[in-house]
Design a binder for this molecule. Structure first.
Ligand SMILES: Nc1nc2c(ncn2[C@@H]2O[C@H](COP(=O)(O)OP(=O)(O)OP(=O)(O)O)[C@@H](O)[C@H]2O)c(=O)[nH]1
Length: 175
């Protein structure tokens, strides 16, 4: 089964967001930008402001740090393309949530929702699994969950790209 979603992976400052934005533009559909990031400090505020300045001003913004599946179900239509930037921050937000089962619930909800969404979705995410296994328990959980999430989304994606130094390596493309 291949669904109408694309996964764009890459390291920090790899150019993955820019690549994903170009892909969304090329879709020729109405694009919605779904941000999972939260501006908890001035550095993050500056990053967000930078992102806002360089993407098209006519893209509606949805900010949703936790309930990603609900947001996708609310906004996905057969004529639109939702750009989700990014799964990594969503995973962090869910793992750090006060409710211990938040992550398992939200992950299951997303994977289930993906089977029925009417429109196109482009996911951006950090590939964080290239280093050594972290010593801290939460960091280990983060790296493990991130890898499992990417595998689950990639399995049914129609396209998966890995971005490095602004260049794309196509991992999967189904015509
Ligand atoms: N809340 C909110 N977050 C945003 C908005 N625009 C972007 N972001 C967040 O900013 C994050 C990207 O931050 P960066 O660290 O600068 O980008 P990056 O993805 O690591 O870098 P590249 O690989 O170069 O794309 C995304 O994950 C978004 O969640 C916005 O309008 N509102």
């Amino acid at each position: 089964m291949s669904l109408n979603h694309t996964l764009i992976l890459g390291g920090a400052r790899s150019g993955k967001s820019r690549f994903a934005e170009q892909l969304a533009l090329n879709s020729n559909k109405a694009v919605i930008y779904l941000a999972t990031g939260q501006a908890h400090d001035s550095e993050m505020q500056a990053r967000i402001a930078h992102h806002q300045q360089q993407r098209p001003t006519d893209w509606p913004l949805v900010e949703e740090p936790i309930t990603l599946a609900d947001a996708l179900q609310t906004y996905s239509t057969k004529d639109n393309c939702i750009l989700v930037d990014c799964l990594t921050l969503w995973l962090s937000n869910c793992l750090c949530h006060a409710r211990a089962d938040c992550w398992n619930e939200q992950k299951a909800a997303l994977l289930a929702a993906l089977e029925h969404l009417p429109g196109q979705v482009i996911f951006v995410s950090n590939e964080v699994g290239h280093g050594i296994v972290p010593l801290g328990e939460l960091s280990r959980e983060f790296v493990d969950e991130s890898g499992w999430l990417h595998q689950a989304i990639a399995a049914n994606a129609e396209r998966v790209e890995f971005i490095m130094a602004g260049l794309a390596l196509t991992l999967k493309e189904q015509s």
